[in-house]
Design a protein around this ligand. Structure first.
Ligand code: UDP
Ligand code: MG
Length: 333
């Protein structure tokens, strides 16, 4: 069998060479046929230079793509999956937070016939606030989303060729991998590992992007938030009618008292806020439809070593969503 390792890299010049050395050592010891698929996600530092030299050093076992700009980790992973030719594919971060030593275990589980072998990380070394918020988030989101999203389970996993083909065949523009992995299903097995600290460079996650990621998770897989909006509206209308009845009753019994100025302001502001949230929610779905309807490619490739031996022609699915930029050729809008 042949194993492909997909590695999205964004500004990883500090660690990419170290990663490459370590993973080759591990794979060498395993004596398995392998290829490394690096995807440079429009890095602004010397990542691409390093990838070029790695590809030159290890011609037959390295493939790399470089995007025309930073498209994000999701498109980078998708590109890597499309590029990979192995019977099994492992997605790994470039920062060595995913210990290459676990590959052996993943392969063993793959040999037992599992299509997805998932490494679940402990949250050691994370900031406490992030850990607590993650826990809360997953508890809330799982009671609400159609697919199961597990805490600590990320993109570090082995996928069989069947699972990879299934993922590639999903054409959506807004990709939320965690949900997609869960959505495709197949025989999945999970094992725990201790989270390692980033070896060098820094994380690309800001607090704001984590919140956005959280909202993506809630909205990507169902329309239940809209359903919740309907229920909230119904509940509020019910409360309002009770309150009106109570005011009328009080006025009938005790006569008209001083007007409830504070109550009124609180209600107006509260309802205004709620309406904004609902509008935002609807807008969010419409925005997604807008992006999907443009049918733009997920990423643009400016450079690759596509001449590596053993290269398979791109699949039909890959061709329809991937635009390669060739100098002088007209570009897809
Ligand atoms: N990454 C990427 N594009 C981006 C951001 C990140 O390809 O826009 C890659 C990054 O190079 C790394 C992986 O995604 O290999 C995980 O990123 P990071 O370590 O910053 O995230 P964390 O481990 O902190 O969740
Ligand atoms: Mg990391």
């Amino acid at each position: 069998m042949k194993l492909s390792i997909v590695v999205p890299c964004y500004n990883e010049e500090a660690v990419i060479s170290r990663f490459d050395e370590r993973i080759r050592t591990v794979l060498g010891e395993l004596a398995v046929e392998y290829e490394l698929c690096y995807v440079d996600d429009g890095s602004a530092d010397g990542t691409l230079l390093r990838l070029r030299s790695i590809a030159q050093q290890h011609r037959t076992t390295t493939r790399y793509l470089s995007f025309s700009r930073n498209f994000g980790k999701e498109p980078a992973m998708l590109a890597g999956l499309k590029e990979a030719t192995g019977d099994a594919v492992i997605i790994m971060d470039a920062d060595l937070q995913h210990p290459p030593e676990l590959i052996e275990k993943m392969l063993d589980l793959y040999q037992l016939g599992h299509d997805q072998v998932v490494a679940k990380r402990s949250r050691e070394g994370d900031r406490r606030l992030r850990t607590a918020l993650s826990r809360m988030y997953y508890r809330a989101v799982n009671s609400w989303v159609d697919v199961e999203l597990a805490d600590g389970v990320g993109d570090f996993r082995l996928l069989s060729r069947t699972a990879v083909d299934a993922l590639i065949s999903l054409p959506e523009y807004n990709r939320f991998s965690k949900g997609l992995f869960s959505w495709i299903g197949f025989d999945t097995v999970t094992f725990d590992y201790r989270n390692a600290a980033r070896e060098a460079g820094e994380t690309k996650w800001r607090f704001g992007s984590l919140i956005n990621y959280g909202i993506d998770g809630m909205l990507s897989f169902n329309c239940r938030p809209l359903r919740a909006a309907i229920y909230t509206g119904l509940g509020l209308a019910f409360c309002a009618s009770l309150y009106t009845l109570w005011i009328i009753g009080a006025a009938a019994v005790g006569g008209i008292t001083a007007p409830g100025y504070v109550t009124l302001v609180a209600i107006i502001v509260g309802l205004g806020g709620l309406q904004m949230v609902m509008l935002g929610l609807i807008g969010e779905y419409i925005g997604r439809i807008y992006y999907e309807s443009k049918r733009r490619p997920h990423f643009l490739v400016k450079e690759s070593n596509g001449t590596a031996p053993g290269r398979r022609p791109a699949s039909a699915a890959a061709r329809s969503t991937t635009a390669r930029v060739t100098p002088g050729a007209p570009q897809a809008g």
